[in-house]
Design a protein around this ligand. Structure first.
Ligand code: AMP
Ligand code: ZN
Length: 114
């Protein structure tokens, strides 16, 4: 996707502070962190949102969650807890239309989220 900022980050055309990378996924620190640890995990292929997923994406989406879980452990969040968020659509506040998993931790979270 030509105009997608996360595709450009995945391509290396826009820099990021990388937290993890493999052939299918990339994780990088959010530019506007909402918690002491705020990492985004994305697929390298362009998928606009959860709404666009189909059965063929099951392995990839599972992989994104595994990466988030491993990063949580790596950043010392596993014991106290952390939050995984996938904003989907306008009402949820999705601003980048390339599916991404937010990993947030390092502080106590409120519920319900705003
Ligand atoms: P969402 O609102 O769920 O679509 O989340 C998009 C997230 O991407 C926000 O938390 C932004 O701060 C973050 N973001 C946007 N541009 C960049 C960038 N160039 N590098 C890192 N994070 C970004
Ligand atoms: Zn994209």
């Amino acid at each position: 996707m030509e105009d997608c900022i996360f595709c450009k980050i995945a391509d290396g055309a826009i820099p990021c502070k990388k937290a993890y990378e493999d052939s299918d996924s990339l994780a990088f620190f959010d530019i506007n962190p909402q918690a002491p640890v705020h990492i985004l995990v994305i697929p390298k292929i362009h998928i606009p949102s959860l709404n666009a997923l189909d059965e063929g994406n099951i392995k990839l989406v599972s992989h994104l969650l595994m990466v988030a879980k491993d990063l949580a452990r790596e950043h010392g969040l596993s014991k106290n807890g952390y939050r995984i968020v996938v904003n989907t659509g306008d009402a949820a506040g999705q601003t980048v239309h390339h599916i991404h998993v937010h990993l947030l931790g390092g502080r106590n979270m409120g519920w319900p989220p705003g």
